[in-house]
Design a protein around this ligand. Structure first.
Ligand code: NAD
Length: 421
């Protein structure tokens, strides 16, 4: 179940349908194409991840979701303009059959949008009950065993934790009172967790990253994960920064700018939604570079992030990074990155992997924050008192070691055999 049937969701859904039909390949998906080494290097055991752990098959997935617009998924995919019509035509009947359920939406939290397909209710608890009814109906009508919910809707305005978020009790009172501290995304997350369903957050909104919903996730045995799919410029940042740091190359400044012309770009043109995104994008370097440990190299890095809404580019974002670096004896150098990326093409395989891994995590009895899925997020949720891990390579090691652990396989440390044999 997808909250928001926009560019990312429809690219994901149409993509899975195309892969099922053998029309296209699931490039970028670890669950579909990734392998995992098991045991010693000499053993030569490297199965596909999907052959190691029991993941649901693509053929078994049924899609549903909410949106404030009434367009079915074929129309929404055509509006998003990510996939070519030659591909969409081949999965048209299946896409047309997916029609959004009325959304929980309030313009206070997404100022640049408005749409007609919206629920009405006595208060926010009533809206949550309506979402729960949608979930149950979807499950029954399609005879489903298990469900996962993913937030792929627009980025909400920047909110911070308040009293209403501190306990399940306070949160439920706030729902009854339609407290302004409960945005739409929290209403969906609450409904999912009450139904015992894993919830992942693809946007940077606070949503499930509050004590009340973390407690509810544990209470009901639900995995949760977030926030903000790691695609585009931030993906590159978490690939390049660990490399520079590994070689102790100093960084004085990192200037990142983007042009983006899709609906996401339009929403992010609002300063309050952009603030949520900016927080998510900016924290990455601080954690990777560890300026406290390396003040000479990384203290006071001037990190600037800009997103400019530029409609002609639609979903094909262009990002420019200028990185001012210093080498031996303090000599300055520059690195320039120009990334012409397709946002939703990078996000869709992340949605797929999260659906399959979150479903597996639930069956494996894992509940609460799934830090091993940090690999997929710009702003990974983490246990209180710990810091998030942003380095893509550490994140991948953690993900694969978690899979090995779940299957009772030896964890891989990359310590050479000459050291421990
Ligand atoms: N594409 C990427 O690479 C990427 C990366 C990280 C995060 N994200 C985030 O993922 C989200 C989706 O991105 P997109 O490009 O698909 O955007 P989009 O604007 O195409 O789609 C979002 C959809 O959500 C709907 N929506 C908004 N509020 C809603 C609500 N309360 N309930 C139900 N539907 C609602 C909108 O009508 C729209 O159709 C955004 O928040 C974006 O910031 C995207």
């Amino acid at each position: 179940m997808l909250v928001g049937l926009g560019a990312v969701s429809t690219t994901f859904i149409a993509g899975v349908m195309a892969v099922r039909k053998g029309i296209a390949r699931p490039i970028g998906s670890l669950t579909q194409m990734g392998t995992i080494r098991l045991g010693k290097r000499t053993e030569g055991r490297t199965p596909l991840i999907k052959d190691l752990v029991p993941l649901a098959s693509l053929d078994d997935i049924v899609f549903g979701g909410w949106d404030i617009f009434q367009d079915n998924c074929y129309e929404a995919a055509a509006t998003a303009g990510v996939l070519e019509s030659s591909l969409l035509e081949q999965v048209k009947p299946e896409l047309e059959a997916i029609k959004p359920w009325p959304a929980v939406f309030d313009r206070r939290y997404v100022k640049r949008l408005d749409g007609p397909n919206v629920k009405k209710g006595a208060n926010k608890m009533d809206l949550a009950e309506q979402v729960r009814a949608d979930i149950r109906r979807f499950k029954k009508d399609n005879n489903l065993d298990r469900l996962v919910m993913i937030w792929c809707a627009s980025t909400e305005i920047y909110l911070t934790e308040t009293e209403a978020h501190q306990s399940i009790e306070a949160f439920e009172k706030a729902l009854q009172a339609s407290d302004a501290n409960i945005p739409s995304s929290m209403v969906y997350a609450y409904a999912a967790l009450k139904e015992g369903i894993p919830f992942a957050n693809g946007a940077p909104n606070l949503t499930v990253d509050i004590p009340a919903l973390m407690d509810l996730a544990h209470q009901n045995g639900c995995p949760i994960a977030g926030k903000d799919f790691k695609t585009g410029q931030t993906l590159m940042k978490t690939i390049i920064a660990p490399g520079l740091k590994a070689r102790l190359i100093g960084i004085q400044g990192w200037y990142s700018t983007n042009i983006l012309g899709n609906r996401d770009g339009e929403v992010l043109d609002d300063p309050e939604s952009f603030k949520t995104k900016e927080e998510s994008k900016k924290s990455v370097l601080d954690y990777i570079l560890q300026p406290d440990l390396y003040p000479e190299l990384y203290k006071d890095v001037c990190h600037v992030v800009r997103i400019n809404y530029y409609p002609p580019r639609r979903d094909n974002k262009e990002g420019w990074d200028n990185i001012d670096i210093t080498g031996w004896l303090g000599y300055p150098m520059q690195l320039k990155v120009n990334f012409l990326c397709r946002d939703s093409i990078l996000a869709a395989p992340i949605v797929l992997d999260l659906v399959l891994f979150m479903d597996m995590a639930k069956r494996a009895g894992l509940s609460g924050i799934q830090e091993w899925l940090s690999f997929y997020f710009k702003s990974p949720m983490h246990a209180r008192g710990l810091y998030p891990e942003h380095d893509l390579f550490i994140q991948l090691m953690k993900l694969k070691n978690t899979l090995r652990f779940l299957k009772g396989e030896e964890l891989i440390t990359h310590l050479g055999r000459e050291y421990y044999d």
